[in-house]
Design a protein around this ligand. Structure first.
Ligand code: MN
Length: 224
């Protein structure tokens, strides 16, 4: 019955950007603030993230809003920077080409080391389609619920790579039974240093949250 919405900028850029976006996300009803300090970029010439300083800004945003934080660790050497930071750790997304079996076995490696606090995150698989960045695999939701006890969240922002797809894919995910969503929101997407084209403006995120809540409510009502 719990549904987590993790929202925030792709990458942490400035104190003003993080705080403005975090406050807007919280007001709209997000439950967790997302934000990257270490970025996995396709090109070595793209903005690589602020690094440890970015984590400090996330801490600041947490103090201001009370929202817990989720951020990416790209490499074991970066873990030292996360030790002093109180945040949720996400250790792996589904790889573009991983089968359900391979994906679950990757989670199994984490579990076998004693960490059972795992959330699966579907963020698009590579298909023959070229119009979107990747294809959001909604089939993964019921399949993962059938094969495992792990919660699965969906990341429509990275799957599609374009902001106008985020609303329909978010609603499809809710309807499909996802346990949560990861959505990129930026206070000024046109100026974002990373993933601007897929980021929602705060007002778009606010109206999407209303629809998400209405859809969840409707699904509860009709199964009563
Ligand atoms: Mn991103």
């Amino acid at each position: 019955g719990h549904f987590a919405v993790m929202a925030g900028p792709c990458s942490v850029e400035t104190p003003e950007q993080v705080l403005a976006t975090a406050k807007a996300c919280k007001e709209a009803g997000a439950t967790i603030l997302r934000g990257g300090a270490f970025k996995p970029r396709t090109s070595p010439y793209s903005f690589q993230g602020m690094g440890p300083e970015g984590l400090e800004l996330l801490e600041l945003a947490k103090k201001e809003t009370g929202l817990p934080i989720v951020s990416e660790v790209m490499d074991i050497s970066q873990l030292q920077y996360f030790d002093n930071v109180d945040m949720l750790r996400m250790c792996g997304y589904r790889a573009l080409s991983a089968t359900y079996e391979e994906w679950l076995m990757a989670a199994e490696y984490i579990m076998s080391e004693g960490n059972e606090q795992i959330v699966l995150c579907e963020r698009g698989i590579r298909t023959f389609e070229t119009k979107t960045r990747n294809t959001l695999d909604v089939t993964a939701i019921p399949m993962m619920h059938e094969l495992s006890h792990l919660p699965i969240i969906m990341d429509p922002s990275h799957a599609a790579g374009m902001s106008r797809m985020v609303r329909p894919l978010s609603l499809a995910s809710v309807g499909g039974g996802a346990d949560g969503l990861m959505i990129e929101v930026h206070n000024d997407p046109a100026k974002a240093l990373c993933d601007g084209p897929q980021a929602l403006r705060p007002d778009q995120f606010t109206s999407l949250m209303k629809e998400i809540n209405a859809l969840r409510q409707a699904l509860v009502e009709c199964t009563k």
